[in-house]
Design a protein around this ligand. Structure first.
Ligand SMILES: [Zn+2]
Length: 385
């Protein structure tokens, strides 16, 4: 298949007019175009051609939550995500009882095997992002505090085993766990350790990053504010160049000015756009459950009924990327990298995902000049929108 007349997003984060060649579900070198007349040719009509998006932090959509713990839920989630141009996912777990978490992880592992065997359509399940249960009560946000526990090496290993390696991020509030540094040092070669739902001050956060934690869950949200005498987790991320940070760009969670300032402060190589979407995404306004707690959704805003705390978002990553560009002034070239390349690298999947390069999986999105979704390809096959 050849997709002609597109502006192709390159690994140098630039758009270049050209064409894309796909064969056997992967991108091919343009030079290898055969004279085969039976080859399907698609006119891209001048669209932007970008890699399929990868959301490494969201909970659900279309009425389903990853923590429903069923293969059906994961299958429906992957279908919806692919239909909006998100072709790789690493959904997040909530703070739930240990047994339930272990069950959710093992269901995900068996879904992944089934998806590979049966070549299921929909986004690829590339990982799992564990938001809880090692978090802080003070910064619990929409997580259920009854299920918060202390971290230890054994439980972390249990998560990796139950998920058969699918768990790629484990969140910790270092100020709440006396052995946080030991756990970070003991696990850092097996999984990314993140600071999540934490009230840590600068020194505590910096010590965790120095010990090997390398990721910050939804920067600014569920952590202390960044102020001139108390820089907190945000300051520690700024001073730790190896740390990636998630940003929810739904237009509700972070003021556009702060998003712009954050890009200037951190650079764009380690910013990762996420949706943090919950099950109401792609559904009408109303009341829904998140981690067992009741949430009311009105437009983009999802908040706990009990106390009004923000409870994830009701938008998908494609909408967040558009919001970052159109309402927050982030250049398209930057926003695309933060929704494709950077998450692929954070997951350790850049060899197969995250850019339009020969040999990688042909997961591709075409957007018109207004960033409307025109076509999505997954493994080189057209996805129904
Ligand atoms: Zn959260």
């Amino acid at each position: 298949m050849i997709i002609k007349n597109v502006k192709v997003y390159t690994e140098e984060k630039l758009f270049q007019e050209g064409e894309i060649v796909i064969g056997n579900g992967r991108f091919q070198e343009s030079a290898q175009i055969t004279e085969d007349k039976s080859q399907e040719v698609i006119d891209g009509e001048g669209c932007y051609a970008i890699p399929g998006l990868i959301d490494i932090h969201f909970h659900g959509c279309k009425g389903y939550d990853f923590c429903d713990g069923t293969k059906e839920a994961i299958a429906e989630i992957t279908k919806y995500e692919a239909s909006v141009g998100v072709t790789g996912i690493a959904p997040a777990t909530m703070t739930l009882p240990l047994e339930e978490l272990t069950h959710i992880l093992s269901v995900a592992a068996s879904y992944k095997k089934m998806a590979a065997q049966e070549q299921l359509p929909g986004a690829d399940l590339l990982g799992i992002n564990m938001e809880g249960p090692f978090i802080s009560v003070e910064k619990k946000g929409a997580q259920d505090e009854r299920n918060i526990i202390c971290c230890n090496l054994e439980i972390c290993q249990q998560f990796l085993d139950a998920s058969e390696g699918l768990v790629k991020f484990i969140g910790i509030a270092p100020e709440k766990n006396d052995n946080a540094l030991q756990v970070i040092q003991g696990m850092k070669h097996k999984v990314n350790l993140s600071l999540a739902h934490t009230n840590a001050d600068y020194d505590t956060a910096k010590a965790a990053f120095d010990a090997g934690a390398n990721h910050a869950v939804h920067l600014y949200n569920a952590m202390p504010p960044f102020t001139h005498r108390m820089p907190g987790v945000v300051g520690a991320v700024a001073d730790s160049p190896h740390v990636n940070a998630e940003l929810i760009c739904d237009g509700v969670h972070i003021h556009p000015s702060v998003v712009r300032a954050t890009f200037r402060m951190m650079g764009d190589d380690r910013m990762i756009l996420i949706s943090d979407s919950m099950r109401a995404t792609g559904m009408p306004d109303g009341k829904y459950l998140l981690g067992g707690l009741e949430v009311e959704v009105v437009g983009n805003r999802a908040a706990l009924v009990s106390n009004g705390a923000l409870a994830g978002s009701a938008t998908n990553l494609m909408d967040c990327m558009r919001t970052a560009v159109k309402k927050m002034g982030i250049p398209l070239e930057t926003a695309v990298a933060c929704a494709t390349m950077n998450p692929a690298k954070a997951l350790g999947e850049y060899k197969d995902y995250g850019s339009i390069s020969p040999g990688k999986k042909a997961d591709l999105v075409l957007l018109d000049s207004e960033l409307n979704l025109k076509m999505v390809f997954k493994d080189g096959k057209r996805v129904d929108l």
